[in-house]
Design a protein around this ligand. Structure first.
Ligand code: URA
Length: 191
C-alpha cells in the first residue's frame, strides 16, 4: 500500500476492520495536518478525546504538544500529527504488536505521501514499533536515527511530561535538535 492517494488512503482507514480495536471505538483517528509537512509527529494511539473528535492529540497531551511545537516556532498546521494505531485501544492500553503490525501500513503510506524530512516519535510505543522492539526511550531519546532517508528523533511522550515535569529539560533539548535539523536541511525539494 506504499503509493496511493490521500482520498483512497483515508477511505481505506475509515473502512478498516482488520483488528478488534474497531469494535470499541467512536471515531477513527487517521491523523491530520499539513499533507506536505517537513515534520511528521507520531504518537501511540488515540485516547478518549481523540476518539470522540476523530482528531489526533486534542486532549491534555495534545495541548502540551501544541506548546512544545510553539517553542520551536511551529504551529500544528505546519506539521502532520498521527499515531501508530488509528483506533483507540480500550482503556488507553498500549497497542499489541499484532494491532500495530496491521495498522502500520497506513502510517507508512501516509509517510510516503507526506515525504517528511524529520519524524518525531513521541514515547516508547512509537519508538518500539517504528524503530525496534528492543529500543528503550530513555536510552534512545536525543539521538538521531537515520532510516530510509528520514531523520528520526525519539523523545518522551507529552503524557509522560504531564506525569513527570522533570523530563521537560530533556524534551526541550530534543526539540531544539529537531528545529536545528529542519534549519540545516532547508526546504523540501519538489517530488
Ligand atoms: N496520545 C497519543 O499517543 N496520541 C494521541 O492522539 C493522543 C494521546
Amino acid at each position: 500500500m506504499q503509493r496511493t492517494s490521500w482520498p483512497t488512503l483515508l477511505e481505506q482507514i475509515e473502512a478498516c476492520r482488520q483488528c478488534g480495536l474497531v469494535g470499541g471505538i467512536r471515531r477513527k483517528v487517521p491523523g491530520q495536518g499539513n499533507p506536505d509537512a517537513r515534520l511528521l509527529i507520531v504518537g501511540e494511539g488515540p485516547g478518549r478525546d481523540e476518539d470522540a473528535q476523530g482528531l489526533a492529540f486534542v486532549g491534555a497531551a495534545g495541548q502540551l504538544l501544541t506548546k512544545m511545537l510553539a517553542a520551536i516556532d511551529l504551529k500544528r498546521e505546519d506539521v502532520y500529527i498521527a499515531n501508530v494505531v488509528k483506533c483507540r485501544p480500550p482503556g488507553n492500553r498500549e497497542p499489541t504488536p499484532e494491532e500495530a503490525a496491521l495498522c502500520l501500513p497506513y502510517l507508512r503510506a501516509q509517510t510516503a505521501l507526506i515525504r517528511p524530512q524529520v519524524i518525531l516519535m513521541l514515547g516508547a510505543t512509537a519508538l518500539k514499533f517504528l524503530v525496534s522492539p528492543t529500543a528503550r526511550i530513555t536510552a534512545s531519546r536525543g539521538r538521531w536515527i537515520e532510516r530510509k532517508g528520514f531523520w528520526m528523533m525519539p523523545t518522551f511522550h507529552p503524557a509522560a511530561l504531564l506525569r513527570d515535569p522533570g523530563k521537560k529539560a530533556d524534551v526541550w533539548k530534543d526539540l531544539q535538535m529537531v528545529r536545528d535539523k529542519l534549519a540545516e536541511l532547508g526546504e523540501k525539494h519538489a517530488s
